[in-house]
Each structure stands twice: as C-alpha cells, then as structure tokens.
Ligand binder design. Structure first.
Ligand code: HEC
Length: 103
C-alpha cells in the first residue's frame, strides 16, 4: 500500500466520523418542509429567526431546546416537537440558522 491510498483511507474514515453538515441534517429531519433559509413558509424564515436572536448569548441552547420540544408562539401555526433529534444535531442546525444573514 502506498502513501496516497493510506491518506485516502484516513480522510474517508475521518469523513464518516465527522458530524453531518447542518443543511444535510435540516433535510434529513424534514425541517425544510416548513422552513426555508430566506423565505417565510409555514414556519418563519431562518434568517428572521437569526435576526431575532442576534446578540442573545443563550440563543443556541434556547433554540436547540425549542427544536426538540416544539414551539407554540403567537402565529397561526405551531411547530411539532422533534424528540428524535439529538441535542448535538439540534445545536449543529441552530448554529447554522443563527449564522444566516439577510441577502
Ligand atoms: C410542521 C412544520 C414544521 C416543521 C417540520 C419544523 N418547524 Fe420549525 N417552526 C414551525 C413553526 C410554525 C414555527 C413558529 C412557531 C411559533 O412561533 O409558534 C417554527 C419555529 C422554529 C424556530 C424558531 C423558534 C423561535 O423561538 O423563534 C426554529 C429555530 C425552528 N422552527 C427550527 C426547526 C428545525 C431545526 C426543524 C427540523 C428539526 C423544524 N423547525 C421543523 C414549523 C415547523
């Protein structure tokens, strides 16, 4: 076995061990059925959520809990709970949501 194939195997193994990227998780958990990054659907646009929580140092913890427990705010729709989402996955998605900027 040469060095190149060793390096290849190492990088593939690292890729498997790594957490899935946030947009893959948002597809997998079907968040995009009700949400879009820059567009209001049944749920609020993620960019608007980011704007609302900007400067809130507890935003990741609060929103990760909201994703798992569901949300019932003032709007006509509420968000169902997602108990199948792990805390780590919820935080990965929420960090991505909070990173969005208005175009
Ligand atoms: C069935 C539709 C639906 C699905 C599926 C859904 N959401 Fe929501 N989501 C909503 C609605 C509606 C709201 C607004 C809730 C309210 O304010 O009453 C919301 C609100 C939110 C908020 C903002 C909460 C806040 O306090 O401002 C975040 C973050 C969020 N959703 C993330 C997610 C993630 C991540 C997923 C996937 C695991 C997901 N949503 C799946 C409908 C949905």
């Amino acid at each position: 076995m040469n060095l190149v194939s060793l390096a290849l195997i190492a990088s593939v193994a690292a890729g498997v061990a790594q957490a899935e990227p946030p947009r893959v998780l948002l597809e997998k958990y079907r968040c995009y059925l009700c949400h879009a990054d820059h567009e209001v659907k049944t749920g609020p646009a993620y960019v608007d959520v980011a704007a609302r929580y900007r400067g809130n140092s507890r935003a990741v913890a609060i929103l990760a809990a909201t994703v798992r427990k569901g949300a019932r705010g003032s709007g006509p729709w509420h968000m169902p709970p997602h108990p199948e989402v792990s805390d780590a996955d919820a935080k990965t998605m929420v960090r991505y949501i909070l990173s969005l900027q208005k175009k």
